[in-house]
Design a protein around this ligand. Structure first.
Ligand SMILES: NC(=O)c1ccc[n+]([C@@H]2O[C@H](COP(=O)([O-])OP(=O)(O)OC[C@H]3O[C@@H](n4cnc5c(N)ncnc54)[C@H](O)[C@@H]3O)[C@@H](O)[C@H]2O)c1
Ligand SMILES: [Zn+2]
Ligand SMILES: [Zn+2]
Length: 370
């Protein structure tokens, strides 16, 4: 079949809208008509060459849609289901899957850098040449082919242009706070970086029982949104010292838990400085894998527990429906995270906005969302 997709030909180039060809579904796969897809910072890292993938490639890994067709061995009654997509297919039986760490699945980590489908093949092509698939999904397209368990059903009343955010930023942030950070009732939590990941982490901290939540960013508009979704204190690190701010409300100790979602050296360093002795630090952001990050050694001492978490410890099939339900019940706010709804043709402008900090999420809305 053929459909439109945004294709990245080389790092640093603009994405171009092309009509690409997809090979037929394999057993165990589903075809999803994409309703909406969010522009995540990780996509931007591929565009900027910080995350290296073979090209040409279709990016996009934060999406929701409707199942349009199923391969053999998938229940045909799933056609028409409203789904959020997970970017973590896993084999279910390797060393790491057996130990409950699907994000480390040996097949997933081996094939991921090649940007192919989960059976190792390239599915997409443009004028006869192969096109790669980011994160087993390639969601900046009218359709995506994923393994059936990665299309997770959500309630039919969940709007797709907000459901898509759950697929990366939502699950990463809320999952980190609720599944990894061991936040306790009454804790003081600092969240560094108030993009979609940080704002989800902040709300996860609230759901986990945090009492004080200190949001840190460099942008007052983002801090205003942080306050509206549950931050009790906000600090603009351009003007004020976040370490002093959190110490002021914790008798000088520092935060019980720090969730980092800024993705740069300053954010990582601050996370260690702001954490109290014996506290927990969860890093969600990332810099280039070859880049060094320096810490003041003393900031790492004092029995601090430091975890780097991908995808918030997600069990997508368990967690995505829970998050959708939290949204529908008014416990998880996603509306303020959607800064702009755009068309596929506007994708380069969307990434310019993300780069410049003018958007939390730009969400591509396809006709299928209506
Ligand atoms: N762990 C995962 O599974 C996972 C998933 C998605 C994204 N990420 C990473 O998480 C990070 C955030 O992603 P996003 O999509 O929310 O990005 P984003 O660009 O929308 O948000 C980052 C925010 O951090 C703020 N910031 C930058 N430097 C800061 C500093 N020194 N102090 C305080 N705030 C600062 C920015 O103003 C911005 O609001 C990125 O590094 C991204 O690659 C990780
Ligand atoms: Zn992402
Ligand atoms: Zn596995």
């Amino acid at each position: 079949m053929q459909f439109r997709a945004a294709v990245l030909g080389a790092p640093g180039e603009a994405l171009t809208i092309e009509t690409i060809t997809a090979a037929p579904l394999q057993p165990g796969e589903v075809l999803v008509r994409i309703g909406a897809a969010g522009l995540c910072h990780t996509d931007l890292e591929v565009i900027e060459g910080q995350l290296v993938y073979p090209m040409p490639i279709v990016l996009g890994h934060e999406a929701a849609g409707t199942i349009a067709a199923v391969g053999d061995a998938v229940d045909p009654r799933r056609i028409g289901e409203r789904v959020v997509l997970s970017w973590n297919p896993h084999c279910g039986h390797c060393f790491y899957c057996e130990r409950g760490q699907p994000i480390l699945c040996e097949t997933y980590t081996a094939l991921g850098p090649r940007a192919v489908a989960f059976d190792g093949t390239t599915r997409l092509s443009l004028r006869g040449a192969p096109v790669r698939t980011m994160f087993y999904m390639a969601a900046f397209a009218e359709y995506a082919i994923v393994t059936a368990p990665c299309a997770v059903p959500i309630p039919a009343e969940m709007p797709l242009d907000r459901a898509c955010l759950l697929g990366c930023g939502g699950l990463t942030g809320v999952g980190a706070a609720t599944r990894i950070a061991q936040i306790g009732f009454g804790d003081t939590v600092m969240v560094i970086g108030c993009g979609a990941v940080g704002l989800a982490a902040l709300q996860g901290a609230r759901l986990a029982g945090a009492e004080r939540i200190v949001a840190v960013d460099l942008d007052d508009a983002k801090l205003a949104i942080a306050r509206s979704v549950g931050a009790t204190e906000v600090v603009n690190a351009r003007r004020d010292d976040p370490v002093a701010a959190v110490r002021a409300i914790t008798a000088g100790r520092g935060a019980d838990c720090v969730l980092e979602a800024a993705g740069n050296e300053a954010g990582f360093r601050l996370s260690a400085e702001a954490c109290r002795p014996g506290g927990r630090i969860v890093w969600l952001g990332k810099v280039g894998v070859g880049q060094d990050v320096a810490f003041r050694w003393g900031s790492l001492m004092g029995e601090k527990q430091i975890t780097r978490a991908s995808y918030g410890g997600a069990q997508a099939a368990r967690d995505l429906p829970l998050l959708a339900r939290a949204y529908l019940d008014g416990k998880l706010q996603l509306d303020p995270l959607v800064t702009r709804r755009i068309r596929l043709e506007d994708i380069n402008q969307g990434f310019d906005d993300l780069r410049a900090g003018r958007a939390i999420r730009s969400v591509i809305v396809f006709d299928a969302a209506i």
